[in-house]
Write a protein of this length. Structure first.
Length: 266
């Protein structure tokens, strides 16, 4: 059984999850509904509505990604099917890569649906360019892949589905829900310790603000729309946020694989 076969099977299995599609539908309806409300009731141009919609998607799409990915390995580990699968030719690395590809494909489908519906609403009501829509969907998709990678890494490194769920909830709270508070605490501590002066923005503090995948995706989208692809300031360019997103795709999966590689599969 190849990585491709594992990915196709995992995609088929995950796509039958009623809970996943229920969460995806809720996110889609709420995102499109709020975007429609903004487009109809406000005088904002299409670019501003897209920007606010992207911020909303950056809050809600990670929920779909983590729900989708956090059981990728642990569900099969608890059912015993992982042990059977590993008795066949695929290695643990092959299983992990196949799971990642399958869940990523499903997440991209959900993101494309959400992005196209939201974009269609904005373009129909306010106008705008398809380049704006392409950047909107593209960076939402890359952010979704990053959170899928985080979820798969959590699943690979967890011994049970309940533990993976708890860690995934914690990851969402830290990276999405509470990051403004965490960033403010880091900034306050740095000022008190004399590492920076109040009101200044050193490069490392800007990097803290860019650390979560949703923040990096939003910065990449904003800089793309602003036409600053490869400027001299990395924080005003696209390449640095994209590197942050790629790191979020690679690092959690690598850590998860190292834990899965050494785990005792009962």
């Amino acid at each position: 059984m190849s990585v491709r076969t594992i990915a196709r099977k995992d995609l088929a299995d995950a796509s039958r999850s009623k809970a996943l599609w229920a969460v995806t539908l809720i996110v889609l309806l709420s995102t499109a509904g709020i975007t429609t409300l903004l487009a109809v009731t406000s005088d904002m141009p299409a670019g501003e509505v897209f920007s606010l919609s992207f911020q909303l998607g950056g809050t809600m799409l990670p929920i779909v990604a983590l729900v989708l990915a956090k059981g990728a390995i642990t569900a099969e580990r608890e059912s015993g099917s992982l042990r059977v699968l590993l008795s066949l030719p695929p290695s643990r690395r092959d299983v992990l890569v196949g799971k990642l590809l399958g869940r990523t494909a499903l997440m991209l489908v959900a993101t494309l649906i959400s992005g196209f519906v939201t974009g269609f609403v904005v373009l129909t009501i306010l106008g705008g360019t398809f380049g704006l829509l392409a950047a909107f969907i593209g960076f939402l998709g890359l952010m979704g892949v990053a959170f899928v990678a985080i979820g798969v890494g959590i699943s690979a490194g967890s011994s049970s589905d309940s533990r993976a769920t708890a860690v995934a909830v914690g990851a969402y709270m830290i990276l999405v829900a509470l990051w403004n508070l965490i960033q403010s605490a880091i900034q306050y501590g740095a000022v008190e310790l004399g590492l920076m002066t109040e009101g200044s923005a050193p490069a490392w503090m800007k990097l803290v603000g860019l650390f979560p995948p949703n923040r990096a995706a939003r910065a990449a989208y904003r800089n793309t729309v602003g036409g600053q692809l490869f400027g001299t300031d990395p924080f005003a360019s696209v390449w640095l946020p994209v590197l942050v997103l790629l790191a979020w795709i690679l690092v959690p999966v690598t850590i998860g694989y190292l834990r899965l590689r050494d785990a005792q599969i009962g």
